[in-house]
Design a binder for this molecule. Structure first.
Ligand code: CTP
Length: 403
């Protein structure tokens, strides 16, 4: 999934010939997982029909303050549209509209919406080459950039006038890529590599049986999504689970046993900035795995187990720049045990969850956690969804690594 997935994009279309390309732009935004609404200037309707855009965006398209097709005129609320949007993209942006935007003119719905919008605003200019170079247009660009709006520069090429030069609206694919990179570059974990373990491990007994546990992997997957949504490149090492994730920044590395997980984690740890080990790793594994299926010939069966390697402790022993986070699932003396693990395994942070808390632990969608950090801070949270817990955890880590 693209970083635009789930975002609400308001597309503002003004009266330039490049408006015909906005049909593709709407489709690309939707393909990237965004929801799109369109607002246009009245003159833009000469270049592309509202019907095309409403069909593609699956939302009504507005171009005036009242709904003119409706006998009982309905007011199209520009404030609501502006507040709805996570991003406002004006494309194509004509010299006329850019000038009005930079001067606070609001004589159409698109401009009033621009003045009401609180979200980031992108504009993709499109005009003839001489208009693009005119000091007045350059002044509009500068003013808008000073307001914090983001310009998606026009490209050079043949223009509608037949002249060749700068002024062609960036191609729809390039507009999408530009916005995606801009959002990613501003995220707090951009450039950071986060290593996460999730799920259970399965320790083979024979070719058909194994020792496992009830971990669903949900907590680890939520942490992976939260980290990727904050711009990190994520390596998600997961034991067998039904969880699914599709995100361009998450690289899933499926493993089965504790030893597989240990090996995979160590492949990536050196270049990792943050490691969060949430997997429920088996503490014991079979000393010897039977090569054939064990037959039920005797009344009892004794399996000899040996300790697995503690992955978290092994990382604590070798860590350098890495911020290391572990989990502790406890049933008694929770705080004391968690503090003990924090120190013993050389962690920066430990997330404690107690099996005594209703709604915490395995197979639930919720968790109730307490963070204990290496500076002695203890923060207890209410019962929350695992998505919210993941977000709290990432926010805590970001505040610590920024400090
Ligand atoms: N862990 C690990 N490798 C193991 C066992 C545990 O990386 N072989 C990690 C888990 O992912 C978790 C943390 O260690 O982040 C705590 O696991 P937990 O089972 O609660 O604690 P243990 O240290 O194994 O101690 P005990 O089972 O005695 O409570």
């Amino acid at each position: 999934m693209s970083i635009l997935g789930g975002k609400k994009i308001l597309l503002g279309i003004t009266a330039g010939i490049a408006a015909y390309k906005t049909a593709s732009l709407v489709r690309l935004f939707i393909k990237s997982g965004a929801e799109v609404k369109v607002v246009m200037t009245p003159a833009a309707k000469d270049f592309i029909t509202p019907l095309t855009l409403s069909t593609l965006s699956k939302h009504p398209v507005h171009s005036s303050f009242t709904n003119e097709e409706d006998d009982n005129a309905v007011w199209n609320n520009h404030v609501d549209l502006g507040l709805w949007a996570d991003l406002f993209v004006v494309a194509p942006a004509t010299a006329n509209t850019l000038s009005k935007m930079s001067n606070g003119t609001s004589d159409n719905l698109l401009l009033a919406t621009y003045l009401s919008a609180k979200c980031p605003v992108y504009f993709a200019p499109a005009m003839d080459l001489d208009m693009y170079k005119h000091p007045s247009t350059l002044q509009s660009f500068e003013k808008l950039k000073n307001f914090g709006n983001i310009m998606i520069p026009a490209t050079s090429g043949e223009l509608a006038s037949g002249l060749v030069g700068q002024g062609r609206m960036a191609e729809p694919e390039d507009i999408v890529t530009f916005i995606e990179s801009d959002i990613l570059d501003k995220l707090p974990l951009r450039g950071k590599k986060v290593l996460i373990t999730a799920g259970p491990t399965y320790e083979a007994i024979d070719p058909v049986r194994f020792i496992g546990n009830h971990s669903s992997g949900k907590m680890g997957f939520e942490i992976a999504k939260a980290a990727a949504n904050k711009g990190a490149e994520v390596i998600l090492v997961t034991g067998p689970t039904y969880q699914k994730v599709s995100h361009s920044l998450i690289h899933v590395k499926p493993v089965v046993s504790a030893q597989n997980m240990y090996d995979e984690v160590h492949k990536h740890f050196k270049t990792t900035d943050i490691a969060i080990l949430s997997a429920a790793v088996a503490d014991f594994t079979l000393k010897e795995v039977a090569t054939q299926k064990i037959k039920k010939t005797s009344n009892t069966l004794v399996l000899e187990l040996e300790k697995t390697k503690d992955i978290l402790a092994s990382l604590g022993d070798i860590k350098k720049q890495q911020y290391l986070v572990g989990f502790a699932l406890e049933t008694n003396n929770e705080l004391e045990n968690a503090k003990g693990k924090l120190t013993k395994k050389h962690l920066n942070l430990i997330v404690l969850n107690s099996l005594n808390d209703k709604g915490a632990g395995f197979k639930t969608d919720t968790n109730k956690v307490t963070f204990l950090d290496d500076k002695g801070n203890v923060t207890a949270f209410q019962l929350k969804s695992k998505t919210e817990v993941a977000s709290d955890l990432l926010n805590k880590i970001i505040s610590e690594i920024d400090a």
